[in-house]
Design a protein around this ligand. Structure first.
Ligand SMILES: Cc1ncc(COP(=O)(O)O)c(C=O)c1O
Length: 424
């Protein structure tokens, strides 16, 4: 594919995407760099490559970005940040992070198993365990490294991990790293999970997510749990996008379905609803003790910054003390859903605060993303390899901190651009 790209002059940068640059001819692993950069350079300077644009504000409803086309700051409506409860910039959270900075300094300066465990990490782990009503919770530097360390730490070659087909890359990568047998069941299909479990002999882990991050749909937990239990599999649920959002007390989709005790391993992140960084595994004390010595992504890496740990502790306190934040988030979600539905915008299977705007055409994504940005809306294009090639979309993340005016304006821009692009 890339060889063909090399031979052509690249007249239209929006005709290409990452998928054109996986392979190159020749003997040198660097052979792919030139063709890629022939696309990347113009795509960035012409304002079509809209990834990793620097932001100069907190992830508020309106943000300042440096736009790549004219290298100037622009103000955009932001429906792209995961800051579901608006906690990342709450004054109390910032003050708590500053207190931790004053007490501990910037970094942990060591692996958690050596010198990197500080008092604030222990406080955070206890607070998460208490919140999740589990014996213990282990904190990792990111949500990604949580799944990596958990899955690699527990599974061995010959074991089985059977994960939903739409699993996050961290689950997939953890499975690969563990060298266990990996199978994927059709997305949210208990009958296919059963088919895969029948073929697996030996120790089994079933991996599911509370809310799927690309489609915003909720797992069919009762049926999936019933099947997994019938086949003697352990169950992990990653509540990255559902913890602090779902459930009467914010304990996630497992609480929502009343199945917390049926699930062996509860995973979550601090980077979404809590507006911080880091991840956790909550479960038994025995699992905690074991992972301490076997989760390589944790013990071969510096512990979470104590500054972040301090901020997250406060976010966690607020998320529990202010259920009205969750209520406001759900009011906002219902409000924007109604509007999108009135305009017949295709939101796929979403029922949550994660709302995809389905475009289903990779080749048009960068062009439409550019158009949306020029019209004043910051929406992230989501394309292969994050989703299948025929399932490209823009992804809206709603926050409790969005105002009704911001949501109205965002929908009006979105609908205008989609109409001009012939999508609506
Ligand atoms: C389901 C799921 N798990 C894990 C992660 C990784 O979390 P983090 O970004 O905190 O590393 C994400 C991130 O989007 C996710 O969606």
């Amino acid at each position: 594919m890339a060889a063909r790209v090399e031979e052509q002059s690249m007249t239209n940068v929006s005709d290409y995407d990452y998928s054109n640059f996986y392979y190159s001819s020749g003997e040198d692993i660097f052979a792919i760099l030139d063709p890629y950069n022939q696309w990347y350079g113009p795509a960035r300077s012409e304002g079509y490559y809209l990834f990793a644009q620097p932001m100069f504000t907190p992830p508020l409803g309106r943000i300042e970005l440096e736009e790549q086309l004219h290298h100037r700051g622009i103000s955009l409506l932001n429906l792209s940040s995961y800051n579901y409860l608006g906690l990342s910039y709450r004054p109390e959270v910032i003050a708590a992070a500053k207190r931790a900075l004053d007490q501990y300094g910037l970094g942990a300066a060591g692996s958690p198993i050596l010198s990197g465990t500080m008092g604030i990490h222990c406080e955070l782990e206890s607070a998460v365990a208490k919140f999740k009503k589990k014996e213990a919770a282990m904190v990792f530097p990111t949500g990604y490294s949580t799944n990596l360390g958990l899955i690699q730490g527990l599974l061995r070659p010959g074991d089985w991990i059977i994960a939903d087909q739409n699993s996050h890359a961290s689950i997939v990568d953890g499975a690969i790293l563990s060298k266990a047998n990996v199978r994927f069941f059709k997305h949210n299909k208990p009958e296919d999970l059963e088919k895969k479990l029948k073929q697996a002999t030996g120790k089994k882990l079933v991996a599911i997510e509370g809310v799927y991050s690309m489609d915003g749909d909720v797992c069919r937990l009762p049926e999936l749990v019933e099947v997994a239990k019938r086949y003697g599999a352990r169950i992990m649920i990653d509540e990255a996008h559902s913890a602090f959002v779902y459930g009467e007390n914010g304990r996630g989709v497992a609480e929502h379905f009343g199945l917390e005790d049926e699930i062996d391993i509860h995973v979550g992140t601090f980077s979404k609803a809590l507006g911080g960084q880091g991840g956790y595994v909550a479960g038994s004390q025995n699992m905690y003790n074991y992972l301490m010595g076997f989760a390589r992504s944790r013990f071969f890496s510096c512990a979470l910054s104590p500054v972040v740990a301090g901020g997250v502790l406060e976010s966690l306190r607020i998320a529990q003390a202010e259920p009205q934040l969750r209520a406001k988030l759900w009011t906002n979600v219902a409000y924007i859903r109604r509007q999108l539905s009135d305009y017949a915008v295709d939101v796929g299977e979403s029922t949550s605060q994660v709302i995809p705007i389905m475009i289903r055409n990779d080749r048009r994504m960068m062009h439409i993303a550019h158009h949306l940005q020029q019209a004043g809306l910051y929406l992230q294009p989501v394309m292969f390899p994050a989703v299948a090639k025929h399932r490209s979309r823009f992804r809206i993340s709603i926050s409790a901190s969005h105002t009704t005016d911001q949501l109205d304006e965002a929908v009006s821009i979105l609908v205008r651009v989609l109409r001009e692009e012939g999508i609506l």
